[in-house]
Design a binder for this molecule. Sequence first.
Ligand SMILES: [Mn+2]
Length: 299
Amino acid sequence: MEIVDLYTDRGECFFGKQSPEARYVVLGVPFDSTASYRPGQRFAPCEVRRALYNIEWNSLVIDNATLYDVDVNDIGDVAVVHGDIVTTLDRVATVIEDIVEAGKTPVVIGGEHLITYGVMKGFHRAGEKPCLIVLDAHFDLRSEYLGLQLSHATVMRRILEDMDTPLLAYVGVRAWESEEKEYAGARGLLYYTSLSVKRLGPVNVAASLAREASRCSEIYLSIDMDVLDPAYAPGVANPEPLGLNPFEVVQIIHRVAGDARLAGLDLVEIAPPHDCGGITSILGAKLLLEALLANRNAR
Ligand SMILES: [Mn+2]
């Protein structure tokens, strides 16, 4: 049974690059079954690819860096089973395990944030435990949500508890239940709220992340698009006001992804049915492009 669908016949939905030898392996996970407010993240892998296909491929930050010079292998989307969380996450883990064992760097386009659990499980099965840096408006640290242990609202708690993953820091958090803040405090998790990023400045926050990461052999970056203010990224499943702006986020991404120890990254929670003119998918595509170019430049 094939658990990865190759969307080779879908024209612009395709990332446009397919080099089997490439270090970077792009994988879509069009899953949104635990969405509670505004579903539709299943459409994001296609929309982000379409956006990336149509914007220019240069970096704004690194002179003369362009995606034309980066070898990328887009292997398509995981064949998700809508409504079946366990099967879907297991398939994600199986594919990621293969990618990691082949020494490649997965670049995952969600999908809701719960898919990061499957990705981390794949690393775990491959015997790797990268330090996690999360850009998000939310902690996702509930013990359960709407009776579910595995949910977009519990994903980081499950990753911490099931795999003992070192969660290095959150950036941009600004919306929580008291239970989550208490849990973060009890575990001593480091977090920068969106307000503290404004006060400290993104360069200083990024420098502090780099200091924290000095103890890590590998780093994994999870980018929830709701870390951005809804003014810049309205098309997300759970928008929260008072977020970061694109320049703050891109500076942090450049520092984190511009580390040769980056083992993988994901971009999650874009919900195209709630977007305006595709601006969230286009910005997501740009952030992905800058992350890839930052990382390639570091190697
Ligand atoms: Mn979030």
